[in-house]
Ligand binder design. Structure first.
Ligand SMILES: Nc1ncnc2c1ncn2[C@@H]1O[C@H](COP(=O)(O)OP(=O)(O)OP(=O)(O)O)[C@@H](O)[C@H]1O
Length: 620
């Protein structure tokens, strides 16, 4: 969560550069800190100022209105920690909020717990429920998007049904009329306001802290491409569970406070679709990729709703809000916050992003060495024995034995469908092998999740590049540095990422989005991202595919430089010119089995290889 000290000392800008979309998500690892009031100070300062509102002696209505605004700030922001950051849109927030309500209500009404004591319990019970649910749901790979949303919505109704049919509610609801409101503020309504304010300040601080941390960077990577994130070393399962736990605990606290605010709770009103729908709308309206977005949406929607209610036009107000939301989603798909930032970026006096390049570049010495591997050349780095992988009747790999020696470039060849990509996918942990052993530096990788395999020193690229689409080029590489490169400080991660961009010739593109790169640059971004995790073994899956002859020459030169840094490379390729130029040895697969192995020129002359591979060899 540290700010980038290194860049702060360089007086490059008259004004801080505003963030691009989603940039705030990983600001600490990827961009120079702007000279502005730090967010925690802003949140705390606003909290302190707002704490004096009850002293103004306003009518109780205003306390209640402000309470509701802050209540929704907590709910929307807590929802966003999981759903906005990681992209797992949950419609189950009502279940966790309701769990908080019923935990507090029952502890107060049945067991005479003092109100404030019930709040940690509400957080804990909601969190345990969320983690129990997540522990199952997050294990199932396909449960994302609408499936996850529907599943979590179903949970709301399941919990509601359980509550209403048990003594927790008993069908009659729980009355808290006799429970005393603690004397925190001058009046009960001021007390609720102050409690919600404290909860909102804590929630916003947590949301900010997560956003600028390594944890937040991992969540944003999950948002864009969970599999690629895992392969880069992000412990995706753990991170999703942690985000859900925090999200649920905060919703539980909001529920606990709201129980006493309502003073009479009924399951029919608590476990509805209103809460999840409202928090989704608020967050989308404000912006899901920034800690402040949901809060802005919550204040805007609650304020609008109450302005119409106060004027006795509640129905018209709801209709108008619906219209505003439709317009906002159509014209500001990234939310109000992002829209404002874009306008700010265009404002005169703001410095274009490209002017930040020299700052980072000036700090970047020559590319760091990948590993001090050259000394130990010849030793077996990766040993694969009897490796098999089947997909519902298709045998992609059928008992292959391959050894990769430290410091070499091993070419992995074979006709289309011979199992080359499957080999990379199994070694990198993307697929679990059906049978066989994979050992790296003498340690078995069998059963390890992809992020642990990445952490042990293996990186890969994808045949079709899979960058994180909402993050800049620099952010993409900084995430790899942070998770695979043993860099703890986000600003160091940023500096190292810049070095790898220089190494691959992409430094001028550091602020661009992957969508703005051509195929050649996207492939080099894949390389930079793989190298940034400081791997001892790099698995390159057809990095040359689709490149022009001169781009291939560039890539060949780059791969040579990667090896000169001491890295060991497994090079899956069809371009024979490059294979011949680069590889020390080749292995040839055909129909998932090892067909031949040895020096490139000698192996390619073998009749069985020529007949299996002729089309490709002739073509190249
Ligand atoms: N996820 C999957 N589900 C089902 N079948 C798969 C899957 N992945 C690979 N296969 C099959 O496994 C076999 C080997 O595929 P693989 O992609 O490993 O071949 P390849 O040698 O990399 O081919 P190419 O050179 O075309 O990339 C093919 O028959 C392919 O259809």
């Amino acid at each position: 969560m540290k700010q980038g000290i290194g860049l702060r000392s360089l007086p490059l800008r008259a004004r801080p550069r505003p963030l691009a979309e989603g940039e705030g998500a990983t600001r600490a690892i990827t961009s120079a800190p702007a000279r502005k009031i730090p967010a925690p100070l802003l949140i705390l300062g606003a909290g302190v100022l707002l704490a004096f509102v009850p002293q103004l002696g306003l009518p109780a209505f205003y306390d209640s209105l402000l309470y509701l605004m802050l209540h929704w700030v907590v709910l929307a922001t807590s929802w966003n920690i999981l759903s906005g950051y990681s992209g797992y849109f949950s419609f189950g927030h009502g279940a966790f909020f309701g769990t908080g309500i019923y935990t507090s209500a029952n502890l107060m009404a049945r067991y005479d717990w003092p109100f404030l004591w019930t709040l940690p319990a509400a957080a804990l019970v909601a969190m345990v429920l969320g983690v129990a649910l997540g522990a199952i749901v997050f294990r199932v790979k396909g449960v994302r998007g609408e499936l996850f949303a529907l599943l979590t919505l179903a949970i709301t109704f399941v919990i509601g049904t359980i509550v209403v049919n048990t003594p927790l509610d008993g069908g009659n609801g729980v009355s808290l009329a006799a429970v005393p409101v603690p004397k925190i503020g001058p009046t009960p309504s001021a007390t609720f306001y102050l409690l919600a304010l404290a909860a909102a300040v804590a929630t916003l601080l947590i949301a900010w802290g997560i956003q600028v941390s390594k944890f937040g960077a991992g969540l944003f990577a999950i948002h864009d491409d969970e599999e690629a994130a895992e392969v880069l070393g992000v412990p995706t399962y753990r991170y999703k569970l942690m985000a859900l736990a925090v999200s649920c605990a905060l919703a539980g606290v909001a529920g606990g406070i709201h129980a006493l605010f309502l003073s009479y709770v009924t399951a029919g009103e608590v476990f509805t679709i209103t809460v999840p729908l409202t928090v989704v709308l608020m967050s989308v309206l404000g912006g899901t990729r920034h800690w402040a977005g949901p809060a802005i949406g919550a204040v805007a929607i609650t304020g609008l709703l109450y302005s119409f209610t106060a004027a006795d036009h509640a129905v018209a107000g709801k209709a108008l809000i619906g219209a505003i939301l439709i317009a906002a989603i159509l014209f500001m798909p990234d939310g109000i916050l992002e829209r404002v930032r874009r306008l700010w970026r265009r404002a005169p006096g703001t410095v274009p992003p490209s002017e930040t390049v020299p700052a980072a570049a000036a700090l970047a010495p020559a590319a760091p060495s990948v590993a001090s591997a050259a000394a130990a050349q010849g030793e077996v780095l990766l040993r694969v024995k009897g490796l098999s992988k089947s997909f519902k009747g298709v045998r992609a790999l059928a008992g292959v034995d391959v050894e990769v020696r430290r410091g070499e470039i091993l070419g992995l060849l074979g006709p289309n469908g011979s199992g080359k990509s499957t080999f990379i996918n199994v070694v990198s942990g993307h697929y679990t092998p059906t049978a066989g052993q994979v050992e790296f530096e003498g340690r078995s990788l069998n059963g390890l999740p992809a992020h642990r395999i990445a952490g042990s020193g293996i990186a890969r690229t994808y045949q079709i590049p899979r960058p994180f689409g909402h993050l800049s080029v620099l952010q993409n590489v900084a995430i790899a540095t942070l998770f695979g490169g043993a860099v703890r400080d986000p600003s160091d991660a940023r500096r190292q990422a810049m070095r790898w961009l220089e190494f691959t010739g992409l430094e001028q593109k550091h602020d661009a989005r992957p969508d703005d790169l051509n195929l050649h640059q996207r492939k080099f971004l894949e390389l930079a991202r793989a190298l940034a995790s400081r791997p001892r073994l790099v698995l390159l899956d057809e990095v040359l595919c689709g490149l022009t002859p001169s781009e291939i020459d560039d890539a060949v030169a780059l791969i040579r430089r990667i090896r000169e840094q001491g890295s060991t490379i497994v090079f899956v390729e069809h371009v024979m010119r490059a294979v011949m130029a680069l590889t020390d040895r080749i292995v040839v697969f055909n129909h998932g089995v090892l067909l031949a192995e040895g020096p490139p020129r000698e192996v390619m002359q073998r009749p069985e290889v020529m007949s299996a591979y002729l089309g490709k060899a002739a073509h190249a």
